[in-house]
Design a protein around this ligand. Structure first.
Ligand code: HEC
Length: 234
């Protein structure tokens, strides 16, 4: 390779590395976290053991207004109806859960349009009381991140002035309020993330794709002269 070629190769390699560094590692366009989780409860949010307690707390405190369709949780007013189970079984897709090595149905997933149709009246009632339908929280963790969720649930008015979402945990009266809120955030995190088996599958798929391109790149580079000759370009 000539010196010029070498300089060019180094230049383009650095350019490519620089590009991926900016996109993946130091992205100036990425959303900056302005809301923080206090250190005392930060560990809870990533603790897998906090998830099931967070789910129970969510059912008790939040499911009168919010659904989590990805986890098969729907408004309490719907769950109380005798025909609701049948609607879920006929229109929903089962969500499986592994417990003691056995798969069992944990709940049913309903696509958004189906849900908004079958739950129309209940959602309208909420809208009449709160000005808008409280959103489904299946992917809220991905959209807002842990800091925002923690601060918002602790004190909705402080984060979103004028919101109709009530303050449900009062640290003045309930010493465990910060932990409870962190457990709910842990639950919302667990719902928005793919299960471990799915994560492994995606990682393998990514590695295979990158490997394929590397291999193809190498093969093309190796046979470049012969290919160019065949095309009559060399
Ligand atoms: C009495 C009804 C009610 C209850 C109970 C309730 N919420 Fe809400 N929530 C709302 C409403 C209404 C909104 C829409 C707020 C808005 O956009 O102004 C909302 C919005 C939200 C949002 C979205 C905020 C955003 O930035 O878009 C999150 C997250 C949330 N609630 C979490 C919770 C959690 C967690 C609980 C249980 C601890 C809960 N809510 C209990 C009514 C409720």
């Amino acid at each position: 390779m000539s010196t010029g070629g070498m300089v060019k190769a180094i230049f383009f390699t650095l350019l490519t590395l620089g590009f991926f560094f900016v996109i993946w590692i130091k992205n100036p366009f990425a959303h900056k976290e302005v809301y923080e989780v206090p250190e005392e409860v930060a560990g809870i949010i990533w603790d897998p053991k906090a998830v099931s307690e967070g789910r129970e707390l969510f059912i008790q405190t939040c499911s009168s207004c919010h659904s989590v369709r990805y986890d098969g949780l729907y408004l309490l007013s719907l769950e109380a109806k005798p025909e609701w189970k049948k609607i879920l079984r006929t229109m929903g897709k089962p969500i499986f859960e592994e417990r003691e090595g056995k798969l069992r149905i944990k709940g049913y997933y309903l696509p958004r349009d189906v849900y908004e149709t079958v739950a129309f009246q209940d959602l309208e009632n909420l809208k009449a009381s709160f000005g808008k339908v409280p959103p489904d929280l299946s992917t809220i963790y991905l959209a807002r991140g842990p800091g925002y969720l923690y601060q918002f649930i602790m004190d909705p008015q402080k984060v979103l002035p004028g919101t109709f979402m009530p303050k449900l945990f009062l640290p003045e009266y309930d010493k465990e309020a910060p932990e409870k809120v962190a457990k709910i955030v842990a639950y919302l995190r667990s719902v928005s993330e793919p299960p471990p088996s799915e994560k492994v599958k995606r990682t393998v798929m990514g590695a295979v794709t990158v490997g394929y391109f590397l291999l193809m790149g190498f093969v093309l580079w190796f046979y470049r002269r012969r290919l160019l000759e065949r095309m009559g370009l060399h």
